[in-house]
Ligand binder design. Structure first.
Ligand code: C3B
Length: 778
């Protein structure tokens, strides 16, 4: 595997090198994509596919006595991210390369990626993912590309050319060393760079300690520097103002900006041209400190006037918000920021002062509004609102689906939207068909190419709609069903190896895989399964014959400190234990929890699924990208009208999916009703079964049951339960009619074109970044 990877890497490096020479020669405007997380998964299969050398490699390996697929399976995932946000960043990199955009990704090279999930007696345990144990063959260490990153210290005033200026006297310096990861495009010579920074001790500040004789402490302090890039924070929504996290953010932002500015200065003398050559994309609010850093460099180091520097900053930055709730937006306590980055705090105060002065011109003395819009949040813990810093500066604020943008406009950033409506744009997410069809579902890939008579859809996915014409063709149906069966067989073998549960290929494979969150409502899924189990238990033999057999597959990680999510995982196991061993049920129902869900598990599960579930309470899922991968693979969707599912329904027709539940605009009123809102009797019955210990662990599950009863049902499981069951029943009825099901499946794939990240990237390039393709000649 290592040898194979290195051989492929050689091919990649040639292209990557040529691409960068070409970019250097042409000097186009570049997009720099700053993200604290990238969930790349495996690289081998994707690289070989994009380079177009899979057949040659497979043949060569056969001659050497190896099997390409077996070797490919050996590769571990690069899991430098938590969930949707990070995987979306990875899809965007693939599209940027494929569409020949002059792009760079910048992030952190964590030594420990997202934890590995181990299940012991049905409980989640976390194990460290030291993914670099055997080295990472895909990266190139650039020992000569390194920059010092400074922290702490004080700010002093100095007079320079008769003008007062501030200088930051830092207290600590850490070296950022570049590790480059080539990202090949498909059907092009272009390969772009994902540059990840690792922290290394810096020599600069140690000399004194050595000379004062404190040798041991000097060494220990050197080593401490490396901890900055050690570990990825495993919670994807709540950030508790931790010093290490702030240091991680500033570390990668500072190194990236030094790199970007060096590249710019190699060819340009004046920062006036900076916005013509540089676009900076902030992926969620995590890298927002880059705004203060650009201001610091331009004002303190390049000695530009404040207003000139601010004008430049406002023209280069755009941001994408992925959160839905204001609580999901990062805040940093003022004391913490002031201690770690004292000069940046001053700069943020200055930005805020000028912002508030400008706001007063529009809103007068409306202090409530001013305080909501301020970058500084007063309160028990005075904090910096990183989202407001981004809103104040960025020329574009992107939402990730239409529903999400509406939420940003009408709730989360209402005041800002009223002030600057032109900044707000919708860029519905997408996923790359290269990884999610070509690599993970080769049989489907061949079918699509055969029926369309071309492989051009792999670069131009709009062509996939051409399948609609054959949605009723019996020959296509036969091929489609065979493809699905083979993929189900692969998945069934995987399930049996992992869990010892044998599943029937005739059953409907019904899947929910994603991070475990209350708003994603895996609990609704479980309660639905319990209801189904309860019904089967109460049936006579003739009724049982009409039941559509189901394999219910669930996978996902819970943040280590998220108790409710961990209880949901335990409930899946407790129910699975009972159901899978009940002779009354047999093949009619199986429940499987797939441990350690990650990108490569998704690549196996998605092609083998019949139905996928996206159950978020309406208004809570910013977009969702898992649903797009299932859609491309012809799995039918059972979903709430939330996030991108609304747009999917428009593309494929609502009649081709199973929609249910309260709508976004109904949710607030339903919540108001609170305790008066009772779930159905069926709902009460299944919750009672859990409460009464039917699946064991009575005391442990009590608090879980409390979350959905007694007026505490914030995510409206009780309210949506009846329509959820109806949608499930509709899925059963359709599944019995295999012709209809297959037709819906084909129409799903055929309607998935809009949800390619290629479309998303084109929109970003044209509407936000103002960049043009720069295609390296072959
Ligand atoms: C996720 C959202 O939860 C998804 O709806 C969305 O599809 C993706 O981002 C990509 O836009 N998200 C996440 O994974 N982590 C966050 N901190 C916030 C949002």
């Amino acid at each position: 595997m290592q040898a194979l990877a290195h051989s492929v890497r050689d091919r990649l490096i040639e292209r990557w090198h040529d691409t960068h020479q070409y970019f250097k020669k042409k000097d186009p405007k570049r997009i720099y994509f700053l993200s604290l997380e990238f969930l790349m998964g495996r690289s081998l299969t994707n690289s070989v596919t994009n380079l177009g050398i899979q057949d040659q490699y497979a043949d060569a390996l056969t001659q050497l006595g190896f099997d390409y697929e077996v070797l490919a399976e050996q590769e571990g995932d690069a899991a430098l991210g938590n969930g949707g946000l990070a995987r979306f960043a990875a899809c965007q990199m693939d599209s940027l390369a494929t569409l020949d955009y002059p792009a760079w990704g910048y992030g952190l090279r964590y030594q420990y990626g997202l934890f590995r999930q181990i299940i012991v007696d049905g409980f989640q345990h976390e194990q460290p993912d030291f993914w670099l144990n055997f080295g990472n063959p895909w990266e190139i260490e650039r020992v000569h590309v390194s920059y010092p990153v400074k922290f702490y210290g004080t700010v002093e005033e100095e007079v320079l050319n008769g003008k007062k200026c501030k200088i930051w006297i830092p207290g600590e310096s850490v070296e950022a060393v570049a590790y480059d990861n080539p990202i090949p495009g498909y059907g092009t010579r272009n390969a772009i760079n994902l540059r990840l920074w690792a922290a290394k001790p810096s020599d600069q500040y140690d000399m004194e300690s050595y000379t004062t004789g404190d040798y041991i402490n000097a060494i220990v302090n050197r080593q401490k520097a490396e901890t900055i890039s050690n570990v990825l924070y495993p919670d994807d929504r709540s950030y508790q103002g931790k010093e290490l996290r702030l240091k991680q953010q500033y570390f990668f932002v500072s190194a990236s900006l030094q790199d970007i500015m060096r590249r710019f200065k190699d060819l340009h003398r004046s920062f006036d041209e900076f916005p013509e050559k540089v676009a900076l994309q902030i992926n969620d609010t995590h890298p927002s400190i880059s705004i203060a850093e650009v201001m610091r460099v331009l004002v303190d180091e390049e000695h530009l006037d404040w207003s000139k520097a601010w004008d430049i900053a406002c023209r280069i930055f755009s941001v994408t918000i992925h959160a839905v709730q204001p609580e999901g937006l990062e805040k940093i306590p003022v004391d913490l920021l002031g201690s770690v980055l004292p000069r940046h705090l001053e700069i943020i105060y200055e930005i805020n002062y000028r912002l508030v002065e400008e706001l007063k011109k529009s809103f007068g003395q409306d202090y409530d509004k001013l305080s909501r819009m301020s970058i500084i949040e007063e309160g028990a813990v005075k904090s910096i609102r990183m989202a407001n810093l981004s809103l104040a500066c960025c020329h574009t604020v992107n939402g990730v689906s239409r529903v999400h943008l509406e939420t940003l406009k009408t709730r989360v950033f209402k005041d800002y939207y009223e002030l600057w409506p032109q900044k707000f744009q919708c860029k519905t997410n997408g996923v790359t068909q290269r990884r999610w069809i070509v690599v993970s579902n080769p049989s489907l890939c061949s079918i699509i190419s055969k029926w369309l008579g071309t492989e051009a859809w792999i670069r131009n996915v709009d062509l996939i709609s051409g399948l609609r014409e054959y949605a009723k063709d019996p020959d296509l149906h036969t091929e489609w069903k065979n493809m699905k069966r083979v993929n189900k067989m692969r998945l069934a073998e995987y399930i049996e190896t992992l869990t010892s549960v044998k599943v029937s290929l005739d059953a409907m494979f019904n899947v929910q895989i994603k991070r475990i969150h209350e708003y994603k409502r895996q609990l609704l899924n479980m309660l639905g399964i319990i209801h189904r189990y309860d019904c089967i238990k109460n049936m006579d033999e003739s009724d049982k014959r009409r039941v559509v057999p189901r394999v219910c597959i669930i996978g996902g990680k819970a943040a280590p400190g998220y108790e409710v999510a961990k209880k949901i995982i335990k409930l899946c196991h407790a129910v699975a234990d009972k159901v899978n061993n009940d002779p009354d049920v047999g093949d009619l129902l199986k429940v499987v929890f797939i441990p350690d869900y990650n990108v490569s598990v998704a690549e196996l599960v998605i092609p083998g699924s019949d139905l996928s579930q996206h159950l978020s309470t309406a208004g809570h899922e910013a977009s969702g990208t898992g649903c797009m991968k299932f859609l491309m693979n012809g799995c039918l969707l059972l979903a709430t009208a939330d996030g991108s599912a609304v747009e999917i329904a428009e593309e494929i027709g609502a009649e081709n999916m199973f929609l249910f539940g309260a709508k976004v605009d109904e949710v607030p009123a339903l919540r108001e009703k609170g305790t008066t809102l009772k779930g159905s009797l069926q709902f009460a019955r299944v919750v009672r079964m859990v409460r009464d210990g039917y699946f064991g662990f009575k005391d442990y599950f009590k608090s879980l049951c409390d979350t959905v009863e007694d007026g505490g049902d914030f995510y409206l499981l009780g309210y949506d339960f009846a329509s959820y069951l109806e949608a499930q029943a509709a899925a059963d009825r359709t599944f019995v009619d295999q012709e209809k099901w297959t037709q819906m499946s084909i129409l799903s794939t055929a309607g998935s074109g809009k949800f390619s990240s290629d479309r998303t990237i084109e929109e970003y390039a044209q509407q936000s970044w103002g960049i043009e393709p720069c295609k390296c000649p072959f």
